[in-house]
Design a protein around this ligand. Structure first.
Ligand SMILES: [Fe+2]
Ligand SMILES: [Fe+2]
Length: 165
């Protein structure tokens, strides 16, 4: 999928990236026993570390950009209902992600035990399920609207702000 507006393309690519990472983490959850993975394994360590970074930076910044710069444009066009819905998703998804990231950060330093892994499985599992549905919703309902609403100049300006954030 390619969009004309840079902001829309960037959001779309973020969604693709988070979906790919979510499915890698989902794979790890699926193949790991109840007491957690061997954090001495390089690939596992890297994957968990990438997930923590993505939640604390990419996902956080992405949500903030949508809330600060995209939802107001949609609201100006009377799209309050979808914005309220997506905003509500953000309020649930980010805390789940942050909780999973905090557990994972500790896991990166000290390894997981049975309890911390089970808590991670729960929060990360729910985070993944919800963020996948959310990204899909935005791809279908929000991106086409933004592609219509954004004019070239606003698009360029907001895309530059987002890229340099
Ligand atoms: Fe969103
Ligand atoms: Fe998004």
């Amino acid at each position: 999928m390619t969009y004309t507006r840079r902001c829309v393309q960037m959001l779309y690519e973020d969604h693709q990236a988070v979906m790919a990472l979510a499915s890698e983490i989902d794979g790890l959850l699926g193949r790991t026993g109840r007491d957690g993975p061997d954090m001495g394994d390089d690939a596992t360590h890297q994957l968990v570390s990438r997930a923590v970074e993505a939640i604390e930076h990419e996902v956080t910044d992405h949500f903030a950009f949508e809330e600060k710069s995209m939802f107001p444009l949609l609201r100006e066009e009377g799209e309050d209902e979808i914005c309220d819905h997506l905003d509500e998703d953000h309020r649930v998804i980010l805390p789940l992600g942050k909780s999973a990231a905090a557990i994972a950060r500790k896991g990166l330093q000290e390894g997981f035990d049975h309890d911390s892994w089970q808590k991670f499985v729960h929060d990360a599992g729910e985070f993944i399920e919800r963020i996948l549905a959310h990204a899909e919703k935005e791809d279908m309902a929000m991106l086409p609207l933004l592609e219509d609403i954004l004019d070239a100049e606003t698009d360029m300006q907001l895309a530059e702000e987002y890229a340099s954030a």
